[in-house]
Design a protein around this ligand. Structure first.
Ligand code: PLP
Length: 451
């Protein structure tokens, strides 16, 4: 067993081809299923928290180990995103990509026209670092219109490169190294990485499948353990939960009692089904002063590649967040900031239609899943389904996902990438695809039908 400086990132990357590694490559001596096992093994010199995947230590010939200075520990203990990895696997096998959550439809034509116009109008240089004034005005008006949240566009908003940057900015703004950050598990895989990069320790509160509710006692215990911040994804990726006002009230009460920041990820705020209503957490009594609301224009306007998001919080917090954002990215793309003002002016019918279209797409995918006889969670919001693959009895969901992309022709995300626990029985499928794509995928999924 090798100890000390080796390229953990390479080893971790190799794990995605675990099958091939075990059969074809010399030098792999041991596999670890749990992050804790890996840490306890002493292979890595400091406890840290890898994102759910297999971890291996290389030894023997050391064929995969480069002799070079070590990169930082914090970057070596988490893997590349398994979600993005599965997009590459889908391409490799010509599979339909139901892994990474992005729509295969175009944004509204008027929005695309506005982007072209912004280019023609010469909007090519940096916008104001924390967002162009027009965009902040439009965001503030839209937030107030749809959630009732009063927003000061001058002092309470920072425009970011998507919610991805917004979440990182929020965490770095409120947490110091060593702080504890609570989050539900399963969780959107970025949050663990955000915590590690901030130097904070994630504290997981399990949601129980298939309904993905939380146990109030476990939630209280997490808050009581001394959380600096609690991360709330609502509507939730990957569970599809839309937390009720009552559930949110319980979180709010604990945040108040234990004086904890709440960092929300509300990128799916407009994708909710069956008459449910998304509640913006900061609108709950007393929560505006301790909530950093992160959201995105990616999903709402089908512009995931434009990289536009924001953080809203009280002015004193945003003053700090703007500095973090400034030194991370300087700013989001100026012409696209200008263009998206058009979309923020759309009326309520736009959002009604968006939710209706996604509900129809959910029904197409779920209709095929019903025919397979496999158990799955019907989402209340967002655009993901957790499919239970335990009847297949496979050793790992990662191996199952590669097999599914190769043999069934549909690429999912291994569920373990959302769990800190050794959870191996789910894959996640997304239905942010046009009906023809979903029907084509559904026909292939029927091959999963059991006996
Ligand atoms: C819960 C959640 N947050 C954030 C993001 C990323 O959003 P953005 O494109 O705005 O960075 C995603 C994308 O899948 C997501 O599912």
């Amino acid at each position: 067993m090798m100890k000390g400086c080796f390229r953990t990132d390479r080893i971790v990357r190799a794990l995605h081809q675990l099958e091939h590694f075990q059969t074809g490559t010399r030098g792999v001596t041991r596999a670890f299923r749990r992050p804790a096992e890996f840490i306890d093994s002493g292979v890595h010199p400091r406890p840290s928290y890898p994102i759910g995947c297999f971890l291996l230590a290389a030894g023997g010939s050391g064929a995969n180990v480069a002799a070079m200075p070590a990169t930082s520990r914090r970057t070596s203990v988490f893997t590349e995103s398994l979600i993005r990895e599965m997009t590459r696997v889908a391409q490799q096998h010509g599979a339909i990509n139901l892994a990474q959550g992005f729509p295969d439809t175009d944004p509204p034509a008027s929005l695309v026209a506005a982007a072209k116009a912004a280019m023609d109008a010469g909007r090519h240089q940096y916008a104001i670092t924390w967002g162009s004034p027009e965009l902040r005005e439009a965001l503030a008006a839209k937030l107030t219109r749809y959630s009732g949240l009063p927003v000061d566009p001058q002092r309470e908003l920072v425009v970011t490169c998507g919610a991805t940057e917004a979440m990182m900015v929020a965490m770095m703004t409120v947490c110091d190294p060593g702080d504890r950050v609570g989050l539900f598990s399963p969780f959107y895989e970025n949050y663990n990485a955000d915590a590690i990069l901030t130097g904070a320790t994630p504290v997981h509160v399990p949601l129980q499948p298939p309904g993905y509710g939380f146990d109030p006692a476990q939630l209280r215990a997490a808050f009581a353990s001394g959380l600096k911040a609690f991360v709330l994804c609502n509507p939730s990726n990957p569970t599809g939960r839309v937390f009720t006002r009552d559930e949110l009230g319980q979180i709010a009460a604990l945040a108040e009692e234990f004086d904890t920041f709440v960092i929300t990820d509300e990128v799916y705020e407009h994708i909710v089904f069956d008459g449910r209503k998304h509640v913006t957490f900061a609108t709950l009594p007393g929560m505006a002063k301790r909530t950093l609301t992160c959201s995105s224009l990616s999903k709402t306007f089908s512009i995931t590649g434009w990289r536009l998001g924001y953080v809203h919080a009280p002015a004193e917090i945003i003053a700090q967040a703007r500095k973090v954002h400034d030194f991370l990215t300087v700013g989001a793309a100026a012409p696209l900031q200008h263009a998206v003002v058009t979309a923020l002016g759309y009326g309520p019918e736009y959002y009604v239609q968006l939710a209706a279209e996604y509900a129809a797409q959910r029904d197409i995918l779920c209709g095929y899943l019903d025919q397979t006889g496999l158990a799955y969670t019907r989402p209340e919001g967002a655009y993901f389904v957790m499919l239970d693959i335990s009847p297949f009895g496979r050793a790992s969901d990662i191996e199952f996902s590669h097999w599914m992309a190769r043999e069934i022709g549909v690429a999912p995300v291994p569920g373990s990438s959302f769990f800190p626990e050794p959870e191996n029985r789910f894959v996640r499928l997304n239905f942010a695809k046009r009906p023809t794509t979903l029907h084509a995928a559904g026909e292939r999924l029927l091959r999963l039908k059991r006996g």
